[in-house]
Structures are given as structure tokens and as C-alpha cells.
Write a protein that binds this ligand. Structure first.
Ligand code: SF4
Ligand code: SF4
Length: 383
């Protein structure tokens, strides 16, 4: 029997408890996943210190509702995340504070995780990584509840259930993986490896307010008005991608999930319950500037293809008017391609691997994605 993906309309965070309850009821209820006494880890998307109203991180009302639901089922709840940047108590405190997580646990018995312990675990069947460092609360949990936000992503095109689990890898190791796996496909293959290793999770997606355009942090808020839930993170991602207008082969994590047999092979085969997906599609959902796939247009020999892909690739560009020279981009840049020697950030184009971590973590949204002239020209002629 195919896993269900529930889709429920929910317009406001004030009413999100009702929406989440209904999304869970449609897939069998929280009792299917959380038993009395279970150690439950809730993993929201807390990418960096961002205010909840910006639609970048999982909304605290949404997290709070899930804490209440898990506790009502008898779970002992911890909220855990390894945000972008260093993984230490100071950073965790700052991120929890900015993202409203103190409010999310207020009046409950839930704890915020401050342990920075992690363990390197084997994943012998991994296609790209065979050993993965994972933060201990996630490894020790009986149940992981993944709370991604529906957003576009400059590097991976889309971020949802599978990509959100990148936040179970401790900070500096994330930068190392970006550096080692500088090709988008290899990086996305690693994300699927990681999701396999984390294993069974319940995913409840905050798609009430999402982000379109240059996500995951510099795009535009977009009201979507939905809650999605499933025990199958790969198929939940497929449903979300269908809603925002991606083909299955445009998002590498989705493509690999299908190829590895974790998901059905087409949108038509998904077992959707709740809303009819055709009624909630958003065909004009803006994609990131970086999202442009020449390979879909022409079939070139691989050497020529590599040349054009390089020429067409979008690149990060610092907007010095908005930049406050805090140096965060230089600290988070995996190959150390950003120099602050002149007192302001300067990107070495030869060393940049186009991971867009600088764009993701800049507190002032001062890193924009710039298309090359050839890229702009190609888009004009194909539209
Ligand atoms: S992180 Fe943003 S604000 Fe800080 S130095 Fe880099 S570009 Fe400037
Ligand atoms: S400059 Fe930005 S996009 Fe380029 S490698 Fe560094 S962090 Fe990644």
C-alpha cells in the first residue's frame, strides 16, 4: 500500500493547530507515530537568525502546535537543529531566540537542545557518502518529526523535507560537505543518503507562508495556505514540487528519490488525501534565478555541455550598499573564496563553487544571485 501524503488548506498560523490535526488525522493520527514515553525530536527549519515573519524559518506557532500534539500523545519533546554557521551554544541560543523557539516551548515541557555532541555513523548503502556525522539528539530519538518550510533554493532548486534534514549535520561538517560535493548533483545525492540514514521520520510541512524566487533566505514571501503531512518525506517533497510547478526531473533530490525507489515514479501515482492537488497548484510560483537547465533544451556532448553550464551559471554578487561588512559570508564560505582583506567582502570567482551559502547566511540579504549575460540571453530566446 502506497504511503499517503495529506494536503490540508490552512490560511493562518493562529489556526494552524486545526490544520495540522487534520493533516495528521488523514494519515492515521499522531498515535501512529508517537507512543507514550517516546523521545521525540522536532527538527524545524531554523537556517539562521531570522525573524519568524519573514517566511524563512518554520513559524513558531507551527512548532508550538506540533509540540502540544506530540506531548498530548505522551512524547517527551526536544527541539533540535544545527543551523548554518558554527554549531555551539552561543549560536544555538541566538538562533532559537531570533526564530521564536523560546515562545514555541513556553507553557510546555519541551526542551531546546543545547548539546553539541554528534556521532559519525555508517551508511554502507549510501551512494555518495558512507559515513555521516549526525547530532546526537536525532540519533537518540525514538521519533523524529521533521518540520520543513516550503521554499525555493538557489543551489538545490527547492528545499523541503529531504533538504531540511541537512540541519542534523553539525555546522562545520556542513561546510566541509559543500566543499567536497561542489557539484549540485553530488550534493543532492548526499542529501538523499542522509535522509535514508536518519530513517523513519514523520514530516509535517509548514506551507502556510512559503518563499518563492531566490530562496531559501533572499526570496519573496508567498502565501500558500497549506499544511502537508506524510511518513514518506520523498513523496511529500514530490507533492510540494507539483504544487509549485516543478517537473520531477528539475529537482535532483526528487529525481534521485524516484531512481532509488523511495518514491513513486510520477506525480499521478502519489496517494494524495485531503485536497485535490489540482485545486491548490500555484503555476506562477517564481523559481530561483539560478534555476535554468540548458540540458533540457539541447543535447550537447559532455565537454561542450560543461563549458556552457559554466558560462550560464548564476553567481553570487555582493551588494555593497546593503553590506555591513560583518564577515559572516567569508566565515561560512566552504572553499574560503571570500576575502575580507580590504575590509569588505570580495569573491574570488575562480574559487567559488556556487553553493550560495553566502546568500543563505547573509544577515542583510546583501548577496544577490546574478545571471550571466549568456544566461539572460538564453532565457529570452527560450521563453
Ligand atoms: S554576510 Fe552580508 S553583510 Fe556580512 S559581509 Fe557578507 S555580504 Fe556583507
Ligand atoms: S562565494 Fe558564496 S557561493 Fe561561492 S563558494 Fe563561497 S559561499 Fe559558496
Amino acid at each position: 500500500m502506497k504511503d499517503k501524503v495529506s494536503i490540508v488548506k490552512c490560511d493562518t498560523y493562529e489556526k494552524c493547530r486545526e490544520g495540522i490535526d487534520e493533516a495528521l488525522r488523514l494519515i492515521g493520527g499522531i498515535e501512529r507515530f508517537v507512543k507514550p514515553g517516546d523521545k521525540v525530536v522536532i527538527k524545524p527549519n531554523l537556517v539562521s537568525k531570522k525573524e519568524p515573519g519573514k517566511a524563512i524559518t518554520t513559524n513558531p506557532e507551527f512548532v508550538k502546535a506540533v509540540v502540544h500534539i506530540a506531548e498530548a500523545a505522551g512524547g517527551i519533546v526536544t527541539i533540535a537543529e544545527s543551523p548554518g554557521g558554527p554549531y555551539n551554544r552561543t549560536m544555538l541560543n541566538a538562533v532559537y531566540g531570533a526564530c521564536g523557539m523560546n515562545y514555541a516551548v513556553e507553557g510546555t515541557n519541551a526542551q531546546l537542545n543545547y548539546s553539541t555532541d554528534f556521532t559519525e555513523v555508517d551508511h554502507k548503502d549510501g551512494h555518495t557518502v558512507k559515513r555521516i556525522p549526525i547530532i546526537d539528539p536525532v540519533l537518540d530519538a525514538d521519533v523524529v518529526i521533521n518540520l520543513p518550510k516550503l521554499k525555493t533554493h538557489a543551489m538545490t532548486s527547492y528545499t523541503g523535507a529531504v533538504k531540511n534534514l541537512f540541519g542534523v549535520i553539525p555546522g562545520t561538517y556542513k561546510a566541509e560537505l559543500h566543499f567536497r560535493l561542489d557539484d549540485r548533483k553530488a550534493f543532492c545525492s548526499m542529501l538523499v543518503d542522509l535522509c535514508e540514514r536518519v530513517g523513519s521520520v514523520l514530516t509535517i510541512m509548514d506551507a502556510i507562508d512559503g518563499m518563492e524566487g531566490n530562496g531559501p533566505t533572499s526570496g519573496t514571501d508567498r502565501h500558500i495556505g497549506l499544511v502537508l503531512a506524510s511518513e514518506n518525506p520523498y513523496e511529500l517533497d514530490m507533492a510540494a514540487c507539483d504544487i509549485i510547478g516543478y517537473e520531477t526531473d528539475e529537482v535532483d533530490t526528487v529525481r534521485f528519490s524516484i531512481e532509488r525507489g523511495h518514491a513513486v515514479s510520477s506525480y499521478d501515482e502519489l496517494n494524495i488525501v485531503g485536497c485535490d492537488i489540482a485545486d491548490v497548484m500555484i503555476p506562477d510560483f517564481a523559481k530561483p534565478e539560478s534555476h535554468f537547465n540548458l540540458l533540457k533544451l539541447v543535447n550537447l556532448p559532455s565537454a561542450l555541455n560543461a563549458f556552457f553550464v559554466n558560462k550560464l551559471a548564476s553567481r553570487p554578487e555582493i551588494q555593497y550598499k546593503e553590506c555591513i561588512s560583518c564577515g559572516e559570508c567569508a566565515r561560512c564560505c566552504p572553499p574560503k573564496a571570500i576575502s575580507m582583506d580590504s575590509g569588505r567582502p570580495v569573491i574570488n570567482r575562480q574559487e567559488c563553487i556556487r553553493c550560495f551559502c553566502c546568500q543563505e547566511l547573509c544577515p542583510k540579504s546583501a548577496v544577490k544571485i546574478k545571471r550571466s549575460l549568456l544566461n539572460k540571453f538564453m532565457i529570452k530566446i527560450v521563453r
